[in-house]
Write a protein that binds this ligand. Structure first.
Ligand SMILES: Nc1ncnc2c1ncn2[C@@H]1O[C@H](COP(=O)(O)OP(=O)(O)OP(=O)(O)O)[C@@H](O)[C@H]1O
Length: 285
């Protein structure tokens, strides 16, 4: 059995002035590193969920554990990115920001010497595609570069879980796509990414989707099950009033026309599925 990376057990959160709990009886487990999309309409509790995850909002009851230990914000295992990105940067330059993050990771261990730190900062910049001088002032960075710096900084500080609260929203489509690929790479390297988003294209790149509705976790499923239903029926995506991405619309419509059951999450999967279906029909026809 996989060790349970993170578990929420019957978590309730209350906010001053609101009678109903803003999160109610939320339970789920993360058993392996994944990209997890958190979706919900306005006021569903997504930002509250993200803030609980980093210890900014206390829980009223229930438990959250990480690797079997009770969650405490001090361990810095979870880091959060939020808008505006510039508000979470502490350093004045790229180098300062990453040095602060590395120092916060190592503050309980041996302090790093200057050369090792500089090497690690350069390696982080390469890893996260930050092709700028280390001395670049943070306020000179573009939106995409700032997003990369925030993620690099979170990883440098030792986090295994990243919660990105609508950090994609301000980015241009190309950068957004690059960030999605970066999240997938991080998951492959053992990090779990929670992507709080309204954008169904983001959901397409996740492994799993959690749907919040009026503070309750109403669905927790693989992304394929969220976008595709058996026998061309209503999907959870539609049931919870989200508009599926173009790829899903197109694949479902071709499934109906051709009597297929393809469930692609990328254009490549769709093309390969179609080619395979056509080839098998031709062989058996
Ligand atoms: N600091 C606060 N004090 C009191 N109530 C709050 C506070 N922050 C959020 N709430 C309430 O908690 C509920 C959930 O809000 P939250 O911001 O978590 O939702 P959300 O899903 O992120 O919404 P959106 O998509 O609009 O950002 C809402 O009813 C909101 O009014």
């Amino acid at each position: 059995m996989h060790p349970v990376c993170m578990a929420w057990n019957q978590v309730f959160v209350r906010r001053v002035g609101i009678e109903e709990p803003v999160l109610q009886d939320v339970s789920f487990t993360v058993e392996e590193p994944q990209v997890i999309a958190i979706v919900g309409h306005n006021g569903a509790g997504k930002t509250t969920f993200a803030r609980v995850m980093v210890g900014l909002v206390p829980i009223a009851s229930g438990q959250i554990t990480i690797l079997g230990e009770p969650f405490t914000a001090e361990r810095r295992q979870v880091q959060m990115g939020f808008q505006p990105l510039s508000a979470q940067i502490l350093g004045g330059t790229v180098e300062e920001e990453l040095a602060i993050a590395l120092a916060s990771r190592d503050f309980q261990g041996l302090a790093m010497d200057w050369i090792s730190m500089r090497n690690e900062i350069q390696s982080l910049c390469r890893q996260f595609g930050l092709a700028v001088r280390l001395s670049t002032p943070v306020h000179h960075l573009s939106g995409g570069q700032l997003a990369r710096l925030c993620i690099a900084s979170a990883i440098a500080s030792g986090a295994d879980f990243l919660v990105m609260d609508e950090t994609q929203a301000e980015l241009d489509p190309v950068t957004r796509d690059t960030m999605r690929r970066l999240f997938r790479r991080l998951a492959a390297k053992g990090k779990t990414i929670f992507l709080v988003t309204h954008d169904m294209e983001d959901v397409l790149t996740a492994d799993r989707v959690l749907v919040l509705d009026a503070g309750k976790l109403v669905a927790d499923m693989p992304v394929t099950s969220f976008f595709y239903a058996e026998n061309h029926g209503t999907t959870p995506c539609e049931q919870y009033r989200f508009d599926p991405p173009v790829l899903v619309h197109a694949a479902r419509s071709s499934n109906r026309r051709l009597g297929l059951n393809l469930t692609p999450l990328t254009e490549t999967e769709w093309t390969e599925g179609l080619l395979h279906a056509v080839a098998s029909r031709w062989n058996f026809g």
